[in-house]
Design a protein around this ligand. Structure first.
Ligand code: FES
Length: 103
C-alpha cells in the first residue's frame, strides 16, 4: 500500500514528522540533506516517538527517552539500549509529494 506522507516542501532538511496510518503503528518520515526516508516511528526499546522526541544527527536519530540510536537509512540500531532494528520503507517522490510503500 502506497501512501502520501508529506509534501517535499513540508519537511526541511534535518527534520522529521510522525505520520499516522490506519490499522498499523505510526511511521516517521525524515528529510536528510534533501533525501526522504521512512521508518517505523516507535523506538524499538520503549515506544518513544522518534520523529517527535528524537534528535537527528546526520543520518542517525537519537531517541529522546534513553539515548538509543538508529541509522535512519537502514533502520539498524547503532547505540544501546536499542538492539532491534526499525522497519524501513521504500520512498518515492512524485510531483512534489513524498510517498511510502508501507505494505
Ligand atoms: S525508548 Fe528509545 S531508547 Fe528507550
Amino acid at each position: 500500500m502506497r501512501i502520501r506522507v508529506c509534501g517535499v516542501a513540508d519537511l526541511e532538511p534535518g527534520r522529521a514528522k510522525r505520520v499516522l496510518v490506519d490499522h498499523r503503528a505510526p511511521i516517521a518520515v525524515f528529510n536528510i540533506a534533501g533525501k526522504f526516508y521512512v521508518t517505523d516511528d516507535d523506538c524499538t526499546h520503549g515506544l518513544s516517538s522518534l520523529a517527535k522526541d528524537g534528535q537527528i544527527e546526520g543520518d542517525e536519530v537519537e531517541c529522546g527517552w534513553h539515548g538509543g540510536r538508529f541509522n535512519i537509512i537502514t533502520g539498524e540500531p547503532t547505540f544501546s539500549p536499542c538492539v532491534v532494528r526499525l522497519n524501513t520503507y521504500a520512498v518515492a517522490v512524485v510531483a512534489g509529494d513524498v510517498f511510502a510503500d508501507v505494505g
